[in-house]
Design a protein around this ligand. Sequence first.
Ligand SMILES: Nc1ncnc2c1ncn2[C@@H]1O[C@H](COP(=O)(O)OP(=O)(O)O)[C@@H](O)[C@H]1O
Ligand SMILES: [Mg+2]
Length: 473
Amino acid sequence: MDVLRNRRILLIDDTPSIHEDFRKILTPPPAEDGALDGLEALLFGAAPKPMQQAFELDSAYGGQEGLAKLCQALEQDRPYALAFVDMRMPQGWDGVQTIEHLWQADQRLQVVVCTAYSDYSWEELLERLQGHDRLLILKKPFDNIEVQQMASTLTSKWQMTARAELQMHHLEQLVEQRTSDLQRTSSALRQEIDERKQLEIQLVQSEKLASLGQLAAGVAHEINNPIGFVSSNLGSLAGYLGQLEQMLGAYRQSEEAIAAPEIRKRLQSLRESIDLEFLREDMPLLIKESKEGIGRVEQIVKDLKNFSRVDSDQQWQLANLHQGIDSTLNIVANEIKYKADVIKHYQELPEIECLPSQLNQVVMNLVVNAAQAMGEERGTITLSTGVEGEQVWLEVSDSGCGIDPQHLQKIFDPFFTTKPVGQGTGLGLSLSYGIVKKHGGQISVRSQPGSGTTFRLELPIRQRREPVPDTAA
Ligand SMILES: Nc1ncnc2c1ncn2[C@@H]1O[C@H](COP(=O)(O)OP(=O)(O)O)[C@@H](O)[C@H]1O
Ligand SMILES: [Mg+2]
C-alpha cells in the first residue's frame, strides 16, 4: 500500500445540513451494481467504469473544534490532506482565522474556502492568507461535481507534494552521503599525496646517498693507496731517524778525538749553523704530527668507505641492542666524561636481527654529537629504549644547544656540518641514516634550540628479506 496515500478530508462548517450534503457527495455508499458492471463488461466488452475513489470525511462545527481534530490527526500520524472551511461562522473563529490556525499546525494542508458572501474582499482574503498555492475558493451554492473534483484534485496534490518532499529528502540524503564519500576519498587522497611526498623526500635522500656513495667509494679507493705508502713511509722514516740519531751520537762522541783542529772547527760551525739540537728535537715531533694527520685522513676514508658500504661484508645476526650501546659508550667514554652525565632508561628488549657493528656506529655518532652539543655547562645524555609492536626504539636525548630549525632539513645531508674544520666531517648522520634505512628502520629528530635534541631510532625486530634461493641444491 502506498504510505503516502491520503484521502482524508476535514469539513469545518457550523451548518449541520452542509455536512450531510458533503457526506453524500464525497462518501457515497459502495456501489451495489459493481457485480453488474463486471457482467456488462464481460458481455459487451466495455471497459468497467472506474470505481469512484472514496474519501474519509471528518466533521467539525467550528474553527476551534476543527483545529483540535487536525492536531489529533497529526498526533496519530494520519494528517488531513484537505480541509473545506466555511467562511462565515458567527460563533468563534471565522474562516480566515480558522485557516490561519490550521496552517500554523500543518503547512501541507490544502484548503478550500466555502462562501456565499464574505466580510473580506477577495484581495483582502488572499492578502491575509499567504498560502495562495494551497487555497481554492468555492462559492455557494456549489455544484456537486465541483466539490468532488476539488476533493480529488487537492488530495492528489497533497500526495504528490508529499511524494516530492520525500524524494527531495531522499535526494538530500544521497547528496549528503556522496559528499561524505567524496570527503573521505579526498582526505584519503590527501594522505596518499603526503605519503608520496614523504617517500619522494626519502628517495631523494637515498639517491643523494647512493650517488655520493659511489663518489666516495672512488675517492676512498684513490686516496687509500697514497695514504698507505705515506703512512708506511712515515713509519720507516721514524725508524731511520732513530738509527741516524744513534749514528749522530757516535759521531759526536768521536768528534773530540779528531786531531785536526780545522776539521773539528768546521764540524762545530756546521752544527751551529743548522742548529742540530733543534733538528734533533723537532724531527720526531714533525713525524708524529704527520702520522696523526695521516691517521685522521685514514679515519675519514674509513668513514667514507663505511658510508658507501664498499666493504660491507658483515653478517646479519641476532644481537642485543643494549650490549651494543654499552660497549659503544665505553669506547666514547673519553669524549663524554668531561661534558655530560649519561642516564639510561632501558626497557627489556628482544634480540634484533641487525648488523651490530653498523648499529654501534650509529649509536656512536648520536652520542658523540650529543656530547659535542654541550656548552660550558655539564649536561645530560639520556638513552632510552623500548618495544612497540614489531619494532624496537632507541632515543638519544641531550640537553645541548639544540638544532636551528633551518638546519633540521639538512643535518642528514652528507658533509653538512656546523662544526669547525677538524671537529666535524658532516658524515656522521648521513652515514647513520644509510645504516638505519638498510635495516628497514626510521631515524627522526626533534629539537628545541637552546634546550636540547632527541634522536629517535626505530628498528624492526626481524628483517623482511626475500628468501635466498638454495644454491647448494
Ligand atoms: N645532538 C645534536 N645537537 C645539536 N646539533 C646536532 C646534534 N646532532 C647533530 N647536530 C647537527 O647536525 C650536524 C651534522 O651532524 P653529523 O652528520 O654527525 O656531522 P658532524 O658531527 O661531523 O658535524 C652537526 O654539525 C650539528 O650541526
Ligand atoms: Mg657527528
